[in-house]
Design a protein. Structure first.
Length: 192
């Protein structure tokens, strides 16, 4: 009797042995890194250059109120919806659909700050953020109750669409802002 029990234990140990070895080797393989996988890219903030040639601002020959009014009009003239406006700041947004299931939203923020002692100059600080969304389809299931049998879940061909944010970034300094600042400058000239 003891022999049978010892034999069963031995069989259990040998049957579990390969499984345990397989699990152990899989865990060890998951812990080892491929060459270069341990090299971590620098964080985004470490790549921030703070270069004087990459400014998000422009000096205008007008006061704060006029500069921000021209900034507001520039956004309005390009189809932006103004989401907030004060004498020294304006925000707006605009949506685009470049592809069938891709949506882009640009949010614009402008802050106007006085320069000089007499307040006849102002600097407009501008930042625009681009958010990217994709259309995600979620299939719908319908439950049908059948008296004493309970309910049955039946997949139908309908689906709900929802936008899912997949990316967001500040638009880098460059031609985009140069075009905006040129329009603000032109509108300031028209306001005089």
């Amino acid at each position: 009797m003891d022999l049978r029990r010892d034999r069963r234990r031995s069989l259990r140990r040998t049957a579990a042995g390969p499984i345990a070895a397989l699990l152990l080797s899989a865990a060890a393989a998951g812990c080892t890194l491929a060459p270069g996988a341990g090299d971590k890219a620098p964080s985004v903030y470490q790549r921030e250059r703070f270069q004087p040639d990459e400014t998000f601002s422009r000096l205008f020959d007008a006061g704060v109120a006029d500069t921000c009014e021209a900034a507001r009009r520039a956004l309005l003239s390009q189809g932006y919806l103004i989401t907030a406006a004060r004498g020294d700041a304006v925000s707006g947004s605009k949506r685009f659909q470049p592809e069938n299931e891709v949506h882009i939203e640009i949010s614009f923020n402008v802050v106007c700050v006085p320069e000089g002692s007499d307040g006849t100059l102002a600097t407009a600080y501008v930042s625009a953020q681009q958010d990217r969304y994709v259309l995600k389809k979620v299939p719908n299931n319908t439950s049908v109750g059948v008296g004493p049998f309970g309910s049955i879940s039946v997949p139908l061909s309908s689906s709900e669409d929802s936008l899912v944010k997949v990316g967001s970034e500040t638009i880098p300094a460059g031609p985009f802002y140069d075009r905006y600042f040129a329009l603000v400058q032109r509108l300031l000239g028209d306001m005089r």
